[in-house]
Design a protein around this ligand. Structure first.
Ligand code: ADE
Length: 416
């Protein structure tokens, strides 16, 4: 069959898919071309703890073209695309330590392998590299790091507040060109994609419960609504709850939603969001997935205690049967479903996220001497440059303020 590419090697499949992703990452491609000429990371050792996907490969090739020596490990045991890891090693000679489905011990062994290069820059998604580096003395300390995700930034800010952070880190997540698009449209689409690939369930007409109405929750809710689900939001922040209501969603406590939900998605970044009392209230057949960084949002150990039987019924779908014979389904071990059962955010949004990573790494190389051991935002001019380039790559031109308008906006006198 023409479309059957089972017979090509894993690395070859990965190489083709990396090419496909790069076709959709115009901003990163521009940066890569400049890096090829200017070599701003020449001989800089960079360790990346990221989801090993086609988009991450595009970032890795960008850093390599800048002259960096990089090593990669996974930032989640279930998010690696094995064909990409194979291609990175075989086709591009980039040491990559990750296997989809690796156990926790192997996951941390791989982090240590990536750190063997004694990196001068760390690039994290969830702050595991930073956290391992702060647990004991490895005889070196990076000049700086970058952090990709909300959960990682929260961990790093807690470390900085406690005065224990030992090197400066740039919070890539906080760039507008990152979280407004990656967290919202990326998580929105890829989470629904993961749930559908795992279950093949119809979303239309379901009671679809989203826990957390941050950028990720908003994206998931928006896309579920677009597929005609009855979307229910559970949120602890009053402002966000009002926002969810005025965005047209039903808002209620999880104890109420638990009784009527068909599909539940957690996007809070907090622990034990769906727990014993909720499992007990749920309908037979409820489906639970997580899209937050860590697998702590659904209390799976507690669900196990309540269960008399468990079995894997489809790829990434585990059935838990309770004493009452009620069945509850957990997708992808409660790990980020968009990367466990699907391919993560599409390249078009990772383009901006990873443009921020690449430019932040360049910034650290140039400016690390001026930075304290704190968490820094991506410099505003980098964020704005990425927005400008993205818009241009989308073929969109926008209006400019006239001189008269600029003057009006900067004056305090009343308009006439
Ligand atoms: N995080 C979410 N989606 C991703 C992707 N496609 N690649 C790398 N990290 C991601």
């Amino acid at each position: 069959m023409k479309y059957d590419i089972k017979n090509i090697s894993l690395a070859k499949k990965g190489k083709l898919r990396i090419e496909w992703a790069m076709n959709n990452m115009p901003v990163l491609n521009l940066i890569r071309k400049r890096f090829e000429k200017e070599k701003p990371l020449k001989n800089t050792r960079v360790a990346c703890c990221l989801h090993v996907t086609t988009e991450t490969a595009a970032l890795a090739l960008t850093l390599k073209s800048a002259g960096a020596n990089i090593s990669i490990c996974a930032s989640n045991p279930l998010s690696t695309q094995d064909d990409v890891a194979a291609s990175l090693v075989k086709d591009y000679g980039i040491p990559t330590f990750s296997i989809k489905g690796e156990d926790n011990k192997t996951y941390y062994k791989h982090i240590l392998s990536a750190l063997e290069s004694k990196p001068e820059i760390t690039m994290d998604d969830g702050a595991d590299l930073v956290s391992v580096l702060h647990k004991k003395d490895y005889g070196f300390m990076p000049m700086g790091g970058t952090e990709e995700t909300t959960t990682g930034v929260i961990r790093l800010k807690a470390m900085a507040n406690d005065g224990v952070l030992k090197y400066p880190v740039i919070a890539v997540n906080d760039a507008l060109t990152k979280h407004m698009f990656d967290n919202r449209y990326g998580t929105g689409q890829s989470t629904i994609d993961g749930i559908i690939r795992a279950t093949n369930k119809l979303i239309a007409g379901t009671n679809f419960v989203v826990c957390g109405y941050g950028w990720c929750g908003r994206g998931v809710a928006m896309r579920a609504k677009g597929m005609s689900a009855n979307v229910i939001i559970c949120e602890v922040d009053p402002l966000r709850a009002i926002e969810a209501s005025m965005d047209g969603f039903m808002v209620m406590s999880l104890s109420k939603a638990a009784k009527i939900g068909d599909i539940f998605v957690t996007t809070t970044g907090d622990v034990s969001v769906i727990r014993r009392e909720h499992f007990l209230a749920m309908k037979d057949g409820a489906i639970l997935a997580n899209s937050g960084h860590f697998n702590v949002e659904i209390d799976i150990p507690e669900l196990k205690k309540l269960s008399v039987k468990t079995r894997i019924i489809r790829d990434f779908v585990e059935e838990f049967t309770l004493k009452s014979k009620k069945r509850i389904y957990i997708l992808g071990e409660g790990r980020l479903i968009n990367l466990a059962a699907a391919e993560g955010h599409p390249a078009q949004v990772m383009d901006m996220s990873f443009a921020n990573q690449a430019l932040s790494a360049e910034y650290i190389r140039r400016h690390h001497g001026e930075l304290d051991n704190q968490v820094y935002p991506v410099p505003k001019d980098l964020d704005e440059r990425i927005a400008f380039l993205k818009l241009r790559s989308m073929g969109i031109t926008i209006d400019k303020l006239t001189e008269r308008q600029k003057k009006y906006l900067s004056s305090w006198q009343e308009g006439t």
